[in-house]
Design a protein around this ligand. Structure first.
Ligand code: AMP
Length: 224
């Protein structure tokens, strides 16, 4: 992959974006930038900012655009993101955020947008069984728990169900996804930046599909 490549992953909650973004970041040696992880870290720190974000998160609502945009802008100014590129996960979630992102980046902006496609009934099942490490954010599920069900295999942190993985918050997040985030699929398609990848199946298989799709598209860019 060309150094400095800027990727973005879209998909419903529970589509596997976080899991796949971590793997892709490792594979391509680029930073993984997850706004959800950044907000969860702020909540854990107990800061005023974290307390404010938590109210939106627990209700399954979106944190206001100006707050998220400011946070991402600051992160993208750091050297690793500027020189090595990145994979964005959980941002943008609205057209306004996508426009702001375009303004933050030098040409050609985001190079490739991956739409991880999973039917709603499958994401609902995955969300109900999802468990996460509060320290490092590693995702587990009831089907694939860590060796000790309450302790993270990666860092030894506590493994819990996310506060916002309740039935009402999940329903609200999926509603917001359809209303606010799904329009980004057409938005990026029009810019010829979108690749749709089937997100159903074992994470290893989904990962192979994503890498194949990324390499194919980025090669096309280099050869053009
Ligand atoms: P996630 O882990 O990506 O599902 O994000 C968890 C929660 O953080 C979301 O339900 C929102 O409350 C908040 N959040 C994360 N990213 C954004 C964003 N780009 N815009 C608004 N809120 C966000």
């Amino acid at each position: 992959m060309v150094p400095g490549t800027r990727l973005l992953i879209l998909g419903k909650q529970g589509a596997g974006k976080g899991t796949q973004a971590v793997r892709l970041a490792r594979h391509y040696a680029i930073p993984h930038i997850s706004t959800g992880d950044m907000f969860r870290a702020a909540v854990r720190s107990g800061s005023e900012f974290g307390r404010k974000a938590r109210k939106f998160m627990d209700a399954g609502e979106l944190v206001p655009d100006d707050v998220v945009i400011g946070l991402v802008q600051e992160r993208l100014r750091e050297n690793d993101a500027r020189y090595r590129g990145f994979i964005l996960d959980g941002f943008p979630r609205t057209v306004l955020q996508a426009e702001a992102l375009d303004d933050m980046l030098p040409d050609p902006g985001i190079e490739l947008v991956l739409d991880l496609e999973v039917p709603t009934d499958i994401v609902l099942r995955r969300l109900a069984s999802r468990r996460v490490c509060v320290e490092c954010g590693t995702n587990y599920s009831l089907e694939n728990p860590p060796t000790d069900p309450e302790t993270c295999d990666v860092c030894g942190g506590k493994v819990v169900q996310r506060e916002d993985d309740t039935v009402s918050a999940i329903r609200r997040r999926l509603e917001l996804y359809e209303e606010q985030t799904a329009p980004l699929i057409a938005w990026y398609m029009k810019k010829d930046k979108l690749v749709t990848v089937d997100g159903v199946g074992h994470p290893d298989k989904v990962n192979e599909r994503l890498i194949r799709a990324i390499d194919r598209r980025l090669r096309r860019g280099v050869e053009a």
